[in-house]
Design a protein around this ligand. Sequence first.
Ligand code: NAD
Length: 360
Amino acid sequence: MPVVHVDLAERSYDVIVETGILSSAGSSISALRLGSKAAVISDENVDTHHGDRLAASLDAAGIPYSRHVIPAGESSKSFEQVASLCSELAAAGNDRSSFVIALGGGVVGDLAGFVAAIFYRGVPFVQIPTTIVAQVDSSVGGKTGINLPVGKNLVGSFHQPRLVLVDPEVLRTLPSREFLEGFAEVIKHAAIRDAPMLDELAQLDPTSPDVPADLIARNIAIKARIVEADELETAGTRALLNFGHTIGHGIEAAVPYGEMLHGEAISLGLRAALYLSCKQAGLSQDAAQSVYRLLEHFSLPTVLPEKISTDTVMERLSRDKKFSAGAIRFVLLREPGDAFLADTVSKKDLEDAINALRQA
Ligand code: NAD
């Protein structure tokens, strides 16, 4: 059973990756003695598929709990949802001796983590991530938060979980588009920190819903080591996780919500970042091709639809990325596994990279 320890002094915790662990989550959680009662927060899809299994394991472990189900989707990461959850938790008898369990994808994890950070000025929380993005990325690292109408993730707090339980089996119920989009973050991890993983991903059958536990654990370890080096994103190391995200976020924000999934936009952002890495960081065409082919292997988009204008993407990405002396901080690759933060990418370079996405 792979266990990744996240070493953050008194905020350290384990991430346990094990097929079927959802059914015994109660006993893993009760061993930590986090509080007298749990508030389980989930969304309607995840609750339907997996809520009862978690509830049964909490019953078996003798942990009292209340259950709170939010609407699925990004729009739940709002102040309104935080207020309503906090009221629901209090009405169900939760208090400073309670703890929160987040059962769901990144939306549930970010929202429930933020609720845990502020309810009674902070209670412990456990992450049980149910999407690939949540398992390999968002459940580890302690970033919690919600969106504002002007932008994503603009309000939040660092609040590390006390335990993360990762069950690869829950990925079986993901719709196929949501399943495949998760591989954009996996490919990103391989590109920035683990070149041999690129070959292993090429051997993976993208039509199989079974993702090997050790592959997930390896991705979590990449995220964990980066978080350990830069917990509060002040040293620059954590920014390496933004490989492919500057242009990816610009593209994601340039289309109506839901039209393009996050991982799909990041796939395009990764291709653009590979283009700039070849131009400015000496990445070889062969190496860029090996990453590019992986995006295609997982049926991720690599060509920017004509209707999304370069100007719109530039306007959207400029909302949260600041240019200094005409350049932007941008993650580039020297070679697979070796990413760095560059200050040499100009507006014109970004426009060229976005335009290059229009050709297959
Ligand atoms: P999500 O949570 O919206 O889940 C995607 C969809 O899949 C939803 O409809 C959900 O109901 C459904 N779903 C989830 N698990 C399922 C399962 N096992 N079976 C069936 N359906 C299931 O999306 P996501 O991609 O997991 O997360 C995206 C969010 O994560 C964004 O808000 C993003 O900002 C955030 N994020 C946070 C961090 C961080 O460090 N905190 C990192 C990356 C992303």
